[in-house]
Design a protein around this ligand. Structure first.
Ligand code: SF4
Ligand code: SF4
Length: 127
């Protein structure tokens, strides 16, 4: 779960996957297709009221877009790294899960967004 949050990446993908938890049924179609195994089923055993859904380790997502294309419920959206923190902050989920995890998920997304903004600021302006 968000292993290595905030760890510097050599290169950022053009977009990263974010799960809209309210649309996710936990069918795991996305888990099956993800080539880097960065989508995880949220464990419900310690959170009795948890609905079934998945979340994504953004530090490992390579932005391949497969999960978005395979999701039968349109629960995944590909988001530019410069906007990722805002998207993660509103992605929703069961209250127990949000309470236990949202700060950590926000911090990981913020680190990626800050890096993306740094890279964008350092890039030469296009003519
Ligand atoms: S975009 Fe690709 S790497 Fe990222 S979570 Fe989806 S399937 Fe995995
Ligand atoms: S494919 Fe879509 S609905 Fe199924 S677990 Fe993944 S995000 Fe949820």
């Amino acid at each position: 779960m968000a292993k290595g949050a905030g760890k510097a990446r050599k290169k950022l993908p053009k977009a990263l996957a974010v799960v809209n938890a309210d649309n996710c049924t936990g069918c795991e179609a996305c888990v099956e297709v993800c080539p880097v195994d960065c989508i995880y089923k949220v464990p419900g055993s310690d959170l009795a009221t948890l609905q079934s859904f998945v979340d994504i380790d953004l530090d490992r997502c390579i932005g391949c877009d497969l999960c978005e294309r395979w999701c039968p419920w349109d629960a995944i959206e590909m988001i530019k790294p410069t906007l990722i923190a805002d998207a993660v902050a509103i992605k929703g989920g069961p209250p127990d899960y949000v309470l236990a995890n949202q700060d950590k998920l926000n911090a990981a997304a913020r680190a990626i967004q800050d890096l993306a903004l740094e890279v964008a600021a350092a890039a030469p302006a296009k003519k």
